[in-house]
Design a protein around this ligand. Structure first.
Ligand code: DLL
Length: 443
């Protein structure tokens, strides 16, 4: 089956009342929800009560969405400081699910969801799947990882909400993925864009492209280029769609692009987006690049006010050709921190440092991460200095050390790492901010 050309595309909108709402109506809805949410977090989350008291802001000061700038920010560090359940706004027994992602150190960033939060999550993904032209008749092959990572469960909830068939493959084992894709007659698949390229090439090599019934793929969790999009589309003859999200807000489905690919529509009735200058946090005009900041308007389990995503993008509030008024964020131009997404997994240099230090000797905490893309898959190499005391010419000893470092890093980061041991004092020292990461990928 081939992808649908734009001129033959029949646009489907899951919730036109919301997705095509006028700006005034949307602002009114957001205002009503924000006022309620602020009162809720002030009453139920000590962290926010204290932050608002420190700023001299009371819930009554927030009369509508235009007052959002009076509210305090939330950062990933705040989540770490209240790990795992310190930011809940409901009694813990109302939490039906937790999901996680990497933190800046050894600990995870954990998010907690009530049943309503899970329903909202599924609804957002279902809206996105509808943007991709999918309906209850479709069979969605999900090769995002199931587990603490939100990819697998998020797409699963979306497929359920749509009434489509979810095929919960999880990640890995490309041969088996392709076999099931063909045997089960999957009509769409979801995974990271880099794995999508890999899968497409594997299908081509196996000579099975014509036997597949895939018409769309939903790809995200990491930055990708239009070249990658074209590659996947041209090999598999399908349409591809970009999906964005983060565990702290809801996982995949916070935003997704439609067939026009002119930015990702944000479900702003649930997550209010601001684009702020990363230096002084003043609002950016539409089209200007800044940090994306979200306030969750209806979240119950772990609501967040003005959460700083550290993702850099711009926003467009004009109506899209598809008819949706939901604003569009552009493809991300980077982040304000040094987090890297490697094969869909978020990796921070500080995690590498913490893991090396945890080894209690053998290596020094001087390292350099090098990220490359080989055959469309990300490869992370970590150069690590051997401790002077440990340095010896004995190859066996060094090989042993290398395997140990690789195992410790894999355990800490959740991705395989190529380790390159180097002699003491050979990694360049810097006087200012150390350069810990070289990213050779073209994103
Ligand atoms: O990556 C959720 C997700 C799963 C999104 C599956 C899409 C598909 P986290 O592990 O919390 O959540 O990582 C969130 O990944 O702040 C971005 O830096 C990056 N990211 C996510 N989606 C995209 C995308 C999931 N479409 C972090 N394009 C975010 C670029 C993305 N970067």
């Amino acid at each position: 089956m081939a992808g649908v050309a734009l001129e033959n595309w029949v646009e489907q909108i899951r919730d036109p009342k919301i997705e095509c709402m006028s700006r005034d109506e949307m602002s009114a809805l957001q205002s009503e929800r924000l006022v309620k949410q602020v009162k809720n977090v002030y009453d139920h989350v000590e962290f926010y009560r204290k932050k608002m008291d420190d700023l001299g802001v009371e819930p009554g000061d927030i009369k509508g969405i235009e007052d959002i700038s009076k509210l305090p920010f939330t950062t990933k560090e705040d989540l770490r400081d209240h790990y795992p359940f310190g930011l809940l706004a409901v009694p813990q027994e109302q939490i039906v699910r937790v999901q996680g992602t990497s933190g800046t150190t050894g600990k995870l960033t954990l998010a907690s969801y009530t049943q309503r939060d899970v329903d909202v999550w599924g609804e957002c993904v279902a809206r996105g799947l509808t943007m991709a032209g999918l309906t209850s008749k479709d069979r969605i092959h999900i090769c995002y990882g199931y587990g603490l990572f939100t990819g697998g469960m998020g797409l699963d909830y979306g497929a359920h909400a749509l009434g489509a068939m979810a095929i919960p493959m999880s990640a890995g084992n490309t041969k088996r993925q392709l076999m099931c894709m063909e045997d089960f007659g999957a009509t769409a698949f979801a995974c990271t864009p880099s794995y999508a390229v890999y899968l497409a090439e594997a299908a081509q090599e196996a000579g099975i492209v014509d036997r597949l019934q895939i018409k769309a793929s939903i790809n995200g969790a990491e930055p990708w280029t239009d070249e990658m999009r074209k590659k996947i589309e041209s090999i598999l003859h399908i349409n591809t769609f970009d999906i964005y999200g983060l565990c702290e807000i809801t996982g995949p489905g916070v935003a997704m692009d439609c067939i026009h690919h002119k930015g990702l529509h944000v479900h702003e009735d649930f997550f209010y987006p601001e684009i702020l200058n990363p230096v002084d946090q003043t609002p950016c005009a539409d089209g200007e690049t800044g940090e994306l900041v979200f306030t969750t308007l209806v979240k119950e389990g772990m609501p967040l006010l003005r959460y700083r995503t550290k993702d850099l993008t711009s926003i467009d509030h004009t109506t899209c050709e598809c008819g949706r008024t939901l604003p569009r964020i552009q493809k991300f131009t980077g982040r304000t921190d040094d987090m890297k997404v490697i094969r869909g997994v978020n990796v921070f240099p500080t995690q590498v440092e913490a893991a090396l230090l945890s080894m209690g000797g053998g290596v020094a905490p001087h390292y350099l991460m090098i990220v490359d893309r080989e055959n469309n898959l990300d490869v992370l190499t970590v150069m690590v200095e051997v401790d002077e005391k440990y340095f010896s010419d004995e190859i066996r000893k060094l090989d042993e050390l290398k395997s140990r470092v690789a195992a410790v890093l894999k355990q800490a980061l959740g991705v395989s790492v190529r380790v390159k041991l180097v002699e003491p004092k050979t990694i360049q020292r810097s006087e200012g901010k150390a350069k810990r990461v070289i990213d050779n990928r073209v994103l």
